[in-house]
Design a protein around this ligand. Structure first.
Ligand code: 4AD
Ligand code: MG
Length: 479
């Protein structure tokens, strides 16, 4: 860090703990009188001096401040409870204790905000369930500090990856007039007073009198608008919130989650699959470069040694992913001798237990499964010549199951129209989507990565509720 940086930070009134502890050139810092502000993680007091450990959220580590009993506010600071907001001015010195670290020798201290004994985050281990009920406070813990710094990292890495490849980020709408997945799991958007909506002559709700003069919904995917965009911009990606009213109370489903959806013109499924594996591997490499401490900490918290998780991630980042067809996947499951709860003959959907078996036990790593039966896949997927399967792909990873779902899209107007009709979908509302196939249609494809699932995979957090800042799940809307 340069002198300039330090001066700039001082103008802001404080330097972050990260700038001190992660400094490459500590000689610039040593002997400087700086100000840090943060929250007490622990206070060890004695008559002559106290050790106060403060964290300001800037990094996983906390700064130790040595406070001499001769200082003005000594009594207040040495009796501060965990969670108290504090400001310290002091000299940066080499730590006397462990290793080579830096610490602060306080010359002045101030209590900014106190806590009392009703503060819910006491030192004793707080369970993730308890912290979920206190989501407004949980960012103050080591665990959630780590999760949300890593979440930021994955978000930043996503933009970096696609932008470097020449993809453009498109902001697709959140309010939608069509069901992009055709799965019927959508939340309605209305300005009607639901206790007395306007009815038509037949006594049905008259949506022509509603705000958009038709039914409106929260989007389940930005894909269809992403396709429109790719047909002009070439390669695009969306990154936004999506909403699903599926009432599945699992550790991997949320009603509001974020999806990253690239869409590429002039591409087939092979290219889309390569893009998916490059992207996931980039996310891992980026996280290990910038957020290793966070990942190690979280892996240990979830009970495993951090180094093993890091080694696994490194391995995954360094090798291309396995790729098999759905038909081959079914053969593997049939030959496995493993007892599954759900059926796994050809034509059945792969359930999480099957996906996990393939990724965790059979391949011991990520695997891309392609060419699924068309009857349980979305209407827009490119139909194979066998008449039974579509050019779909899912990326399955250990611990999670499905991380990515994608496909090559049907770009033939007649085939797409007949599939829409076959499925009794609302053809009129998809006129614009069909237009893409009428004018300058090209082979194209893309995928959607569940952003929370990627974060779970890398952080080893087991519940989607613990990687969303304020999770939305069935019957849960606090905060
Ligand atoms: O497989 P899905 O439904 O695919 C689509 O929505 C396509 N339109 C994507 C595309 O081709 N552009 O969803 C994509 C991913 C899943 O693989 C999963 O990781 C995640 O989104 N996902 C969820 N994540 C959390 N909670 C839920 N309820 C999710 N539903 C899907
Ligand atoms: Mg899917």
């Amino acid at each position: 860090m340069s002198e300039f940086d330090i001066k700039k930070e001082m103008k802001l009134g404080r330097i972050t703990v990260k700038k001190i502890l992660k400094a490459e050139n500590t000689s610039v810092l040593l002997g400087q009188e700086l100000t840090v502000k943060g929250w007490a993680r622990s206070v060890r007091a004695s008559k002559k001096f106290s050790f106060v450990v403060i964290n300001d959220g800037s990094c996983q580590d906390s700064l130790q401040v040595v406070v001499d009993a001769t200082l003005n506010n000594y009594d207040k600071v040495s009796s501060a409870l965990m969670g108290t907001a504090l400001s310290f001015k002091g000299k940066i010195v080499q730590s006397q204790g462990k290793g080579q670290g830096l610490e602060m020798q306080a010359t002045a201290c101030e209590v900014i905000g106190t806590v009392d004994d009703t503060y819910p985050l006491q030192k004793k281990a707080t369970s993730l369930e308890f912290l979920r009920e206190n989501a407004h406070l949980r960012m103050r813990t080591n665990t959630f500090g780590a999760v949300f710094r890593l979440r930021h990292g994955l978000s930043f890495a996503t933009h970096q990856f696609f932008s470097d490849l020449g993809f453009f980020n498109v902001h697709t709408p959140i309010i939608s007039g069509s069901d992009a997945e055709g799965a019927g799991q959508m939340f309605a958007v209305t300005t009607f007073d639901l206790s007395k909506p306007i009815l038509d002559a037949k006594g049905k709700v008259d949506f022509s009198k509603d705000f958009f003069a038709r039914p409106a919904l929260l989007t389940v995917s930005g894909q269809l608008q992403g396709e429109c965009s790719a047909m002009g911009l070439g390669s695009i990606y969306t990154f936004g919130p999506t909403f699903r009213a599926e009432n599945s109370n699992t550790a991997r489903h949320a009603c509001e989650f974020w999806m990253v959806e690239p869409e590429v013109a002039f591409a087939d499924l092979e290219e889309v699959a390569l893009l998916a594996s490059d992207y996931v591997r980039y996310l891992i490499t980026y996280s290990l470069t910038h957020y290793k401490k966070e990942i190690e900490f979280l892996a240990m918290r979830e009970g495993g040694p951090g180094e093993i998780h890091i080694k696994n991630l490194e391995q995954i980042a360094n090798a291309p992913f396995a790729k098999i067809s759905y038909t081959e996947a079914i053969e593997i499951l049939n030959k496995s001798g493993h007892k599954f709860e759900f059926p796994h003959s050809w034509g059945n959907e792969l359930q999480t237990e099957h996906e996990k078996y393939l990724a965790e036990i059979h391949f011991k790593g990520p695997v891309i499964v392609t060419d699924y039966p068309k009857h349980f896949k979305a209407f827009y997927m490119k139909q194979n010549s066998d008449g039974k399967t579509v050019r779909a792909m899912d990326l399955l990873v250990p611990g999670i199951g499905e991380l990515i779902g994608g496909s090559q899209r049907e770009h033939d107007y007649e085939k797409l129209l007949s599939r829409i009709r076959e499925l009794n979908m609302h053809e009129e509302s998809l006129w614009w989507y069909l237009d893409l196939r009428k004018y300058g249609s090209v082979p194209h494809g893309g995928f959607g990565l569940g952003f929370e699932r990627a974060l779970m995979f890398i952080s080893s957090m087991n519940n989607i509720r613990d990687v969303l800042p304020f999770p939305r799940t069935p019957r849960s809307l606090d905060f």
